[in-house]
Ligand binder design. Structure first.
Ligand SMILES: [Zn+2]
Ligand SMILES: [Zn+2]
Length: 213
C-alpha cells in the first residue's frame, strides 16, 4: 500500500506530495520550493526518491525541482504541452511575480505525452490529462489507493484559476467533468493547494461545478 504525505512548500505553500512505498522508495509530486527542507524530511523518513512528477509547471510547483534533481539524480516528468516552461519565466509565471524569485531551469528528462498507465517500481498509477488551469496539467490517479494527485484543476469547494498563459475556463470545466468527476466517488483528490477533496462531495456541492453537464 502506498502512503501519501503532504508538505506545503514555498511562498505560496503549494502542496508537495510524497508517495511512499513499503521499503522506502518514494515518488515526489510538485516540489514547489524549499528543497533543503524537503530533502531533510526525506532523509529523516529514510526515503529514497525514484522520480519527480509535476502536475504542471507553474512556478509555485517547481521551485524545488533542481534541488531534488541535484541531490538524487532522479528524472523529472512533465507533460509535453509544458516541455519548455521550466526554462521560461514568462511561461512558468515566475517572471510575473519576480519578488518570489525568477525560475529558469533545465527542462524535464521525461515527457508525458498522453494518458497512460505507469508502473514505476512499486507504484502503479494512471496519468490523466486535465488541461484548463494550464495546457499541460495532469492528474495522477492511484486506483488501488483511491487517491489522485490533482494539481490546480480542482480544489475543495473551488477550481483552478484560468487567467494565466494557456488557461481556459471551459476547457477546465470539461476536464474536471470528464476526467475527475468520473473517478470513483470516494476517490480523494490531493490538490495543489489546501486540504483534500472527495470526488462525490465536489460533484454535489462545489459551487463552480453546479449546473455544468
Ligand atoms: Zn498552477
Ligand atoms: Zn499552484
Amino acid at each position: 500500500m502506498i502512503k501519501f504525505h503532504t508538505m506545503p512548500l514555498g511562498a505560496l505553500q503549494a502542496n508537495c506530495y510524497i508517495a511512499e512505498a513499503e521499503g522506502g522508495q518514494c515518488l515526489i509530486f510538485d516540489p514547489g520550493g524549499e528543497p533543503d527542507r524537503l530533502i531533510a524530511q526525506l532523509q529523516s523518513m529514510d526515503l529514497q526518491p525514484v522520480a519527480v512528477y509535476l502536475t504542471h509547471a507553474h512556478f509555485d510547483h517547481i521551485g524545488g525541482v533542481d534541488g531534488v534533481r541535484r541531490a538524487y539524480g532522479v528524472p523529472v516528468h512533465l507533460h509535453q504541452e509544458e516541455e519548455d516552461w521550466l526554462g521560461d519565466p514568462m511561461l512558468n509565471g515566475s517572471g510575473r511575480w519576480p519578488d518570489l524569485g525568477t525560475i529558469g531551469i533545465a527542462g524535464p528528462e521525461k515527457i508525458i505525452s498522453g494518458e497512460e498507465e505507469r508502473t514505476e517500481g512499486p507504484f502503479r498509477f494512471r496519468i490523466l490529462h486535465v488541461p484548463g488551469h494550464s495546457p499541460g496539467s495532469v492528474a495522477f490517479h492511484f486506483p488501488d489507493e483511491g487517491v489522485a494527485v490533482g494539481g490546480d484543476a480542482l480544489f475543495k469547494g473551488s477550481i483552478g484559476r484560468t487567467d494565466l498563459p494557456g488557461g481556459d475556463h471551459e476547457t477546465l470545466l470539461r476536464s474536471i467533468h470528464d476526467k475527475l468527476l468520473t473517478l470513483p466517488g470516494d476517490t480523494v483528490i490531493l490538490p495543489g493547494h489546501g486540504g483534500p477533496a472527495v470526488i462525490e462531495d465536489e460533484a454535489m456541492s462545489n459551487p463552480f461545478l453546479n449546473g455544468f453537464g
